[in-house]
Design a binder for this molecule. Structure first.
Ligand code: ATP
Length: 659
């Protein structure tokens, strides 16, 4: 496919705000691709060169982009900077200037997707002396062959702001819809106890846009007895799929069979494969060209799983009512690591699934020494103060996530790794086993030897025991506990009740909130010496994918944090409100929504000021919000959702645990 055709799909996707419409357009685009084009198109649409765990970043600064645009269009840098200030979007700047180029290109050729992708990848691989000049040269050459629309997306991609508005769930929807189309076109009939009821594919009444499949079966005999029974759908290729008939409606010439949750059934294995690989390109390629690999999807070393996340409840009693006797696991406030080993190679992945191995050499060394050839397990790394025999808080531990002065920091802040889950070891996939078995195997296979320790875990059978263990953890300076359902498999990439966190109390809230900074205010009074007086922060509505404000944050900052924030935020200032944000407030400066902060508050209340979950002219707002930390380990996709805020709001009415 030509790159220009891809760009015209991106234009259409960007222009719609309907998720359904986006999924349709994306499915149409995917259906036109050759196999080798699928991964590049998925990655580029996500704004990536490869999934995050490969650690391959383009890292082109805005200044280099100004130079490249100037080089290709003939406009002076000053003019480009000015236009960028006005528009706040390098893509729109490039598009405008390429429409009225001052100089003609020496030669123009039509760009293919594969070619563009490989040039961008080779740009990312350039490093060392002279690499900036080489990058500028190659980028300018690429831009020379670009149309205004191509230049717009190239410019945005290179500086890391694609802004297509299409997220991973929508891409998975479009893959599911392609799969449904294929299934519908190959449907042959329905079978129950060797009895065959035939129909044609065209008699499938819905499914693509609705979550339900309805099949029209012409029959004069009574088929109502099939309601709530499992039947096999038979395909022309001789395959079958077992599905439950949810409802049967009688019509003039037969029956309509209703299969509820059909879309979810089809979507599930695709989503699962993504959660188990963090590689949407691979998953899309398999869904379109090698579906068997999706059905039999296996976890692989060095392809990290999207982490399992914990739900919240307010007290021990609620937890026992929800999951019964369970494992109470001490909750350490550190840095989550997913650890992969094969032979002598060890890689560590952060919660965002970035490769962070280089920052933690002592952990890599300890893992290398394990008596296993290959394994995947998870743990929380916490910085330890050996003199005082105390663990440092998260803000200190996070200082270890750095690219420079690693040895010095290793001396200052040595780490302990508390391992809590095992997913794979020497050819055996443990992820589908119950937690109870996984934990036994973890203790058997990953032996304790400093800096590796097992997390402190206790099996509890009632609320009183759970409460006791929680109180002990708080006394020991921990954050709380995570209660784990003994029978649950590892649920990658989802926040489920298989894990339930119970944290020490911050006011009425059952949990802290991770929000993204969307703007900031200038300092007044004592703070006037800084250019920083407070933050406007937002959470994400998971249904609309919009950002919605929840608090104006004016306290909880140390002087160092204020300086740090001022420094970071002044670099990502934009002139207009971020397009995906819904806000009633206008701060002194808007910023690109990138920086995540963890906050707490006395309570969540309803107010006409903030737009979180906006209904009847009111939204959720935080009362007396305070910043806890800057979460460099979290990206904008990991922030708290408006739907979670609603659940936290309701949890305020349950009683809190003693501490
Ligand atoms: P979340 O991960 O739920 O989005 P978060 O990153 O803000 O939220 P918390 O809510 O504080 O973190 O708790 C979940 C995190 O707790 C895990 O992601 C993991 O990093 C950490 N953790 C600490 N101890 C454990 C443990 N024993 N088992 C599982 N996770 C643990």
């Amino acid at each position: 496919m030509l790159f220009s055709e891809l760009c015209s799909y991106w234009e259409k996707i960007e222009a719609t705000s309907s998720r359904l419409e986006m999924a349709k357009l994306f499915a149409e685009l995917l259906s036109k691709l050759k196999r080798e084009e699928v991964r590049p198109v998925i990655y580029l649409s996500e704004g990536l060169l490869l999934p995050s765990h490969h650690g391959l970043e383009l890292g082109l600064g805005i200044k280099l982009m100004f130079d490249a645009i100037s080089f290709s269009t003939g406009y002076p840098i000053k003019k480009i900077e000015q236009l960028f200030k006005q528009k706040g979007d390098i893509g729109l700047v490039a598009q405008e200037l390429f429409t009225k180029k001052l100089q003609a290109s020496l030669f123009e050729k039509k760009l293919e997707i594969a070619e563009v992708y490989s040039i961008l990848k080779s740009l990312a691989e350039l490093s060392g002396k002279g690499s900036q000049e080489a990058k500028l040269k190659q980028l300018s050459e690429l831009l020379n062959s670009s149309s205004p629309s191509e230049a717009k997306y190239l410019a945005r991609f290179c500086v890391g702001t694609m802004r297509l508005g299409i997220g991973e769930p929508t891409i998975i929807d479009s893959l599911a819809s392609i799969r449904i189309k294929k299934i519908l076109s190959s449907l042959n009939g329905l079978e129950y106890n060797s009895q065959f009821y035939s129909f044609e594919s065209s008699q499938a009444l819905s499914a693509l846009d609705s979550p339900t499949l309805e099949l029209n079966i012409k029959s004069s005999t009574d088929l109502e007895f099939l309601e709530e029974k499992n039947v096999s759908l038979v395909f022309q290729e001789g395959k079958t799929a077992l599905l439950k008939v949810s409802k049967i409606k009688q019509v003039e010439d037969g029956y309509i069979f209703v299969f509820e949750q059909f879309k979810k059934t089809i979507r599930y294995p695709i989503e699962r494969a993504f959660n188990f690989s963090n590689d949407l390109g691979k998953v899309a390629e398999y869904t379109l060209f090698d579906y068997k690999k999706i059905e039999e999807f296996k976890i692989e070393v060095f392809s990290p799983l999207r982490p399992a996340l914990a739900e919240r409840l307010s007290n021990a009693q609620e937890i026992i009512e929800k999951i019964g006797p369970c494992a109470a696991d001490a909750k350490y406030d550190g840095f989550r690591l997913q650890i992969h080993k094969e032979g002598k190679r060890v890689e560590l992945y952060s919660r965002k699934l970035e490769k962070v191995s280089a920052s933690f050499p002592e952990i890599c060394k300890a893992v290398e020494g394990l008596a296993l050839n290959s394994c995947i397990f998870e743990g929380e790394a916490v910085a330890y103060n050996p003199k005082e025999k105390k663990y440092y808080p998260f803000q200190m531990t996070i200082k270890r996530k750095r690219k420079y002065q690693i040895e010095k920091m290793q001396q200052e802040l040595p780490l302990h790794l508390f391992v809590f889950d095992l997913l794979y070891a020497d050819g055996i996939d443990y992820s589908n086993l119950a937690f109870e078995q996984r934990r036994k195997e973890l203790q058997r296979l990953i032996k304790e030897k400093p800096p590796i320790f097992h997390s402190d875990l206790k099996l509890v059978s009632n609320a009183a025991e759970l409460q006791n263990f929680f109180e002990k953890c708080i006394k020991n300076g921990l954050e709380g506990i995570i209660a784990k359902d003994l029978s649950s498999p590892y649920i990658a990439g989802a926040r489920e009740f298989a894990w339930i966190k119970l944290k020490k109390s911050y006011g009425k809230l059952a949990d802290s909130i991770d929000a993204v900074i969307v703007g900031y205010y200038l300092g007044k009074g004592q703070r006037a010496e800084f250019n920083f007086g407070g933050l406007l922060v937002a959470v994400k509505n998971s249904q609309t994918q919009k950002l919605e404000t929840i608090a104006k944050l004016g306290s909880g900052f140390s002087e160092e944090e204020m300086k740090n924030l001022e420094n970071i935020l002044s670099k990502i200032k934009i002139d207009k409100k971020p397009p995906q944000l819904i806000s009633n407030l206008i701060p002194d400066f808007w910023v690109e929504p990138k920086i995540v902060v963890s906050i707490t508050a006395d309570e969540i209340s309803l107010s006409p000021i903030h737009t979180c979950n906006w209904k009847n002219n009111k939204g959720f707002a935080l009362r007396f919000p305070r910043m806890l930390s800057i979460r460099t380990d979290k990206g904008i996709d990991e922030i708290t959702t408006s739907q979670e805020i609603q659940r936290l709001y309701l949890l305020q009415f349950s009683s809190k645990p003693k501490q």
